[in-house]
Design a protein around this ligand. Structure first.
Ligand code: NAD
Length: 497
């Protein structure tokens, strides 16, 4: 059985830890490798490597850092298929879906290549007589990224390219369910000319994460995962005086107005609810049908969803693969049981779905519930699987009140042909990322990604310009060069001018 190594000091090294976890192929159910679950000693080794590399990388001019990123970008492009294959094999998403997600990660590196421009400061001449002010943005030190299972390449790429472009060194702790993309990317970045120790990869569970976020030499933590863990990470990092951004879970609503193009809305919702087997933080898990649109909308979604080809992630023509683990498949299936017990109408039942050629894979078919209400657990909880709930309301006001009362605020969408409805929705909805006739409004890499409320703990969003703010500290320098005419201010508060 292959054991996945760590990446420390620019090379693959064995972990000292003795605990391991299996890595499975969800399409077949077979264990493909073991991943070590690092202990505090392994984590310290990675932190010391990142710490030793920091001064040299910090002092490397941004334009030279950008040249290494440009080489990395080329290697990522050349290896996009391989990264997609690894993501698909360990996660279970289809190959075309995995290609798309790797592409969205690569776009962050494209943005990071502009780092010399992004780090430029401000300058104001003569704020007082002979007094000038300028600003600097300086890196933080050793930064940490902790990532979820559902985007094995893309979410790590939200973090380490921007942190490293800013002059930090980095330790990535990917989900122990999908370790291989991170290892491949560290290998590629090293081949691109990244100095040893600037990017390190460790593996593990709570033990590794606890050691990372308590380590005295770690300056900042970026986390993406479920809400309860995001909240704990945020609180613990704050207690240890670390800068932190912790992106959490979601319950994303799409409002369908009576004037919407029903076929277009249904097609969009089916893609957004069942793509990647619903294991996306921006998946639409709730459709809010306004007025008379409900009946035809549910019929159209059902007609499309029941035709989705479900099967092994690498098979031609398959559009929905398995869930990530057997335990997660059973949890999602359990929610379908709960929805039935709670009184929702099960229009399409994905439970018990089998692929004859792959009897041990972790499959479920798409499930569709109608007549769901806000008190039901299938509405309240993040299911993170191929289950779409339809709630019926009478007006846009009612739809917006429901979304604004929901504790999550990651993404949302409205389907309408009315500019007035779309504008009101855009202005008044309490959610961080909003789509107008766009079901999964993941911002382009030159904007930033982040939800509101229980979907993000912290102030700054991931990638894009906000990542430059997150991974640097600002400094303001006020300078004066004459000793000629002006006088020092003595004990009084200095005034300008
Ligand atoms: P998870 O919270 O179980 O795990 C995330 C990371 O935390 C992993 O690296 C894991 O090893 C680590 N971890 C697990 N248990 C821990 C513990 N007790 N203490 C410390 N660390 C721990 O999430 P997941 O199941 O891997 O991913 C799915 C979740 O991630 C969903 O809730 C999804 O909505 C969310 N997600 C959010 C975004 C976003 O941008 N908001 C993006 C992708 C996924």
């Amino acid at each position: 059985m292959k054991t996945i190594p760590l990446w420390i000091g620019g090379k693959a090294v064995a972990a000292a830890a003795t605990r391991n976890a299996p890595v499975t192929n969800p399409s077949t159910g077979a264990v493909s490798a073991q991943v070590p679950l690092c202990d505090a000693a392994d984590i310290d080794r990675a932190v010391q490597s990142a710490r030793a590399a920091y001064a040299g990388w910090r002092d490397t001019p941004p334009v030279r850092r950008a040249r290494v990123l440009q080489q990395f970008l080329q290697l990522l492009q050349a290896n996009q298929k391989e990264l997609a294959r690894l993501a698909s094999e360990e996660h279970g998403k289809t190959l075309p879906d995995a290609m798309g997600s790797v592409q969205r990660g690569i776009e962050v590196v494209e943005f990071a290549c502009g780092i010399p421009h992004l780090l430029k400061g401000e300058y104001a001449a003569s704020v007082g007589t002979g007094v000038d002010v300028h600003t600097l943005r300086q890196p933080l030190g050793v930064c940490v990224g902790i990532t979820p299972f559902n985007f094995p390449a893309m979410v790590p790429l939200w973090m380490f390219p921007m942190a490293i472009a800013c002059g930090n060194t980095f330790i990535l702790k990917p989900s122990e369910k999908v370790p291989s993309c991170s290892m491949k990317m560290a290998e590629l970045f090293t081949a691109a000319g990244l100095p040893d120790g600037v990017l390190n990869v460790v593996h593990g569970d709570k033990v590794a994460v606890d050691a990372l976020i308590a380590h005295a030499d770690v300056a900042a933590v970026s986390f993406v995962g479920s809400t309860p863990i995001a909240r704990t990470i945020y609180e613990t990092c704050a207690k240890h005086g670390k800068r932190v951004q912790a992106l959490g879970g979601a319950k994303n609503h799409a409002v369908v107005m009576p004037d919407a193009d029903i076929d277009f809305a249904a097609e969009s919702l089916v893609g957004a609810a069942f793509g990647s087997a619903g294991e996306r933080c921006m998946a639409i898990s709730v459709a809010v049908a306004v007025g008379e649109v409900a009946e035809p909308l549910v019929a159209a979604i059902r007609a499309k969803a029941e035709k989705i080809p479900v099967g092994p992630s690498d098979a031609d023509g398959v559009e929905m693969g398995p869930l990530v683990t057997a335990a997660h498949r059973d949890r999602v299936s359990g929610y379908v049981d709960k929805g039935v017990a709670e009184g929702a109408t099960l229009v399409l039942d994905g439970r018990g779905f089998k692929v004859a050629s792959h009897p041990d894979g972790f499959y479920l078919g798409p499930s569709l519930f109608d007549q769901v209400s806000t008190g039901m657990s299938i509405y309240r909880d993040e299911i993170f699987g191929p289950v779409l709930c339809v709630l019926r309301v009478n007006s846009l006001d009612e739809a917006m009140a429901m979304i604004n009362a929901n504790p999550y605020g990651n993404g949302t969408a409205i389907f309408t042909t009315s500019g007035e409805a779309a504008r009101r929705f855009e202005q008044e909805i309490q959610v961080g990322m909003v789509g107008v006739n766009v079901p999964i409004p993941v911002p382009a890499s030159f904007f930033s990604f982040g939800g509101w409320k229980a979907s993000l703990f912290g102030d700054l969003h991931a990638y894009g310009p906000e990542a430059v703010s997150f991974y640097t500290r600002g400094k303001v320098i006020t300078s004066r060069w004459p000793h000629q005419e002006s006088k020092a201010t003595g004990l009084n508060m200095p005034t300008l001018g």
